[in-house]
Design a protein around this ligand. Structure first.
Ligand code: GUN
Length: 297
């Protein structure tokens, strides 16, 4: 059996089209253009590619987009001053500080400084807490992208075993936090999972991953998940983006695993395009909330 390939590019295009229509109506009604400010420190080529892609997509959807760049030797104070300026700017609805930051910077202090109401990455402790309590303001972009792929492919997780490989603050932990909730904005079928999070200290990881009905790989190790680690018929979601001498590869050995899995996301063209679509969704949410708040003030 060869797995069904889950086309993230097509799903992201569908979401962008829906979002573009909503933004058009919103902008006509409110005369507000949702605007995302991206902050890029240094000259990491991969980060530059991501930021450029986010800005291009913003512009296509009728959103405003700003790019603020600081040199690689910038200090925390310089970045905090820029964030304070963006926090105070009423024309800016979403702020995205592209990670990783250069090593001299204190990432936690910087991320905590972003106004929680403009935190389109959902990294601020206030937003992380709201997600954990099942009343999110913003959903974290990559985990939300994973949920959108599952929902739009009609692969429910309620009552099923989801195994997440990786406990990062960006993917593993927030995804686990979302999937154990009683419901989600995608419906209760896309919540209520039995979630296991595996990491570098997990013993006999393959025995656990083989129990997964849905296996999510987010560990940053090229082609780590092999066919023997996958239950026949399982859904495999590959969040990895690893640059190797063979080009861009995921955390899953795609060629081997697709012969065992029931459904699988490719790399590229799987989760990646969804992440960007979800940043824009959050920017639109931030703009709507800002308009609501100014109306009730
Ligand atoms: N770098 C890698 N992933 C992300 C992300 O989701 N958000 C930001 N801001 N930077 C990243």
């Amino acid at each position: 059996m060869t797995a069904r390939i889950l086309d993230g590019k097509a799903i992201a295009a569908e979401i962008r089209a829906e979002l573009g229509e909503q933004i058009e109506v919103f902008s006509q009604q409110t005369e507000v253009t949702p605007c995302l400010a991206a902050v890029l420190v240094g000259d990491d080529p991969a980060s530059e590619v991501y930021v450029r892609s986010k800005r291009r997509t913003c512009e296509k959807l009728g959103m405003g987009s700003q790019l603020h760049q600081l040199p690689a030797d910038a200090t925390d104070d310089q970045l905090l001053a820029l964030i304070a300026q963006l926090n105070a700017d009423r024309a800016v609805h979403g702020i995205l500080v592209q990670l990783p930051l250069p090593p001299q910077m204190n990432t936690q202090v910087v991320l905590d400084a972003v106004d929680a109401a403009k935190d389109v990455d959902a990294f601020h402790p206030h937003n992380v807490g709201l997600i954990s309590q099942g009343r999110p303001r913003f959903l974290p972009c990559t985990p939300h992208g994973v949920c959108q792929i599952l929902a739009r492919s009609e692969l429910p997780v309620s009552g099923r075993r989801v195994v997440i490989l990786g406990r990062s603050e960006i993917v593993g932990k927030p995804l686990a936090s979302m999937l154990v909730q009683k419901t989600s904005h995608l419906g209760s079928e896309y919540a209520n999972a039995t979630v296991t999070v595996c990491h570098s200290r997990t013993e006999d990881l393959a025995a656990i991953s083989r129990q997964a009905d849905v296996l999510v790989a987010a560990i940053g190790k090229a082609s780590f998940v092999t066919a023997e680690m996958v239950q026949p018929g399982a859904t495999v979601i590959d969040v990895g983006i690893n640059r190797t001498e063979n080009g861009l590869v995921g955390d899953v050995d795609f060629e081997g695993v697709k012969e065992v899995a029931g459904a699988i996301t490719p790399v590229p063209g799987g989760v990646g395009p969804l992440t960007i679509a979800m940043v824009l969704t959050n920017t639109f949410t931030a703009a709507r909330l800002a308009v609501q708040q100014s109306a009730s003030a």
